[in-house]
Design a protein around this ligand. Structure first.
Ligand code: FMN
Length: 351
């Protein structure tokens, strides 16, 4: 499979800094609608719509609602894959599976879910929804995902578990375009790895070094699994310029902006579940980074040729989908499509 590329929808209004002079936070539906349509026109194959009920850094800022937005995106796009994140504790699995099969229908078979097990405690505390301990959340999530998966596949589900009981439930329409919507799963703790290997189609990794990614993929491939092999996706923040020097200077400028976000970020990290294997989703890795979910840690920073060569290496290690962040988003996304992708195509044709 050739590599595919996606964009993070701007559910929180910006990736990178909230203080970028040319890219102030705007999480409106209108902006996201235009952004995803532009991405589709530029040849991006996928978009990831993350899920939070309110902005994780500043609850005065706007936040796009994931599932209603995905249904609308399905209706106003034609080719692009639409991946909706879902935290299992927020929806009963039967209700969620029904929503998923409906968006699969609206999109004519382009819908997917990204199972994320939640880390942002205030969201649950303020809504009064119980926030179980980390591994208990995964036990709940594993049961939840089993029910959702079978219902999305159109099966008649009889299930009696610790958390859910289903008595012969079946959803229609289902399976009109393919067997079911795809299941992605994010998270790097041991239960997250087990869940991805057992029940997901694609394991979504945070951006990190090629060595780390290769080791994570090798570990996942060694796990017991039935059905088609697990596929791999990775998040990354891209800074691509004419030369490595120009990209390095742009990276320094982005890091300086990121420092303005530091107090807000620290507040968010302090409120997060400390049991999470990574605070990386928000930039709490060892090295300073720009963007979320590993951000620039994946090293997609450099000249157009450098970035294309790094992507080729990740792809050779097993990453099939690259979910990208940029800032300012629209302009840098267009630059990636016109400058990096042709160079990558050239590299892959030579191999
Ligand atoms: C690509 C990717 C996307 C994610 N999207 C979300 C999201 O939309 N909402 C959310 O609360 N967490 C999101 N997460 C964070 C996961 O939920 C996180 O990995 C999990 O809460 C921590 O699990 P762990 O301790 O198993 O690593 C995402 C993670 C990855 C890798």
């Amino acid at each position: 499979m050739p590599p595919r590329f996606g964009i993070w929808a701007l559910v929180s209004g910006a990736t990178g800094s909230l203080f970028h002079p040319d890219d102030p936070p705007d999480a409106s539906w209108d902006r996201n609608c235009r952004l995803v349509q532009q991405a589709e026109a530029l040849g991006f194959e996928s978009t990831l719509v993350a899920q939070h009920l309110f902005h994780v850094r500043d609850d005065e800022l706007g936040q796009l609602e994931t599932w209603t937005a995905c249904a609308a995106l399905a209706a106003v796009t034609e080719h692009i894959e639409i991946i909706a994140a879902i935290k299992p504790a927020l929806f009963h699995p039967a209700v969620l599976a029904k929503m998923a099969t409906q968006i699969e229908e609206i999109s004519h078979g382009r819908f997917a879910i990204n199972f994320v097990n939640a880390w942002f405690k205030p969201e649950f505390e303020r809504a009064g929804i119980p926030f179980a301990e980390h591994d208990q959340r995964y036990a709940y999530g594993a049961e939840w995902l089993r029910v959702v998966r079978d219902l999305m596949a159109g099966e008649t589900v009889h299930f009696s578990g610790r958390h859910f009981t289903l008595n012969g439930m079946k959803l229609r329409p289902a399976g009109r375009f393919r067997a079911r919507p795809l299941i992605y799963a994010g998270g790097e703790s041991e239960p997250a790895r087990a869940l991805a290997a057992e029940r997901a189609d694609v394991w979504f990794l945070n951006g990190q070094s090629l060595d780390n990614i290769a080791a994570l993929i090798a570990g996942a491939r060694a796990r017991p699994r039935s059905g088609a092999p697990l596929a791999f996706a990775m998040s990354a923040f891209v800074i691509a310029r004419n030369t490595d020097e120009e990209a390095a200077a742009a990276h320094v400028a982005a890091l300086a902006l990121a420092r303005q976000d530091a107090p807000l970020l620290q507040r968010t990290l302090a409120a997060a579940d400390p049991a999470n294997v990574m605070f990386k989703p928000l930039g709490g890795g060892e090295a300073p980074q720009v963007g979320t979910n590993g951000g620039t840690d994946a090293g997609l920073v450099g000249s157009y040729d450098t970035v294309a060569a790094r992507i080729r290496d990740f792809w050779a290690a097993g990453v099939e989908l690259f979910m990208l962040q940029f800032q300012p988003f629209e302009a840098e996304m267009a630059r990636f499509a016109t400058e990096v992708r042709p160079r990558l195509a050239h590299l892959l044709a030579q191999a």
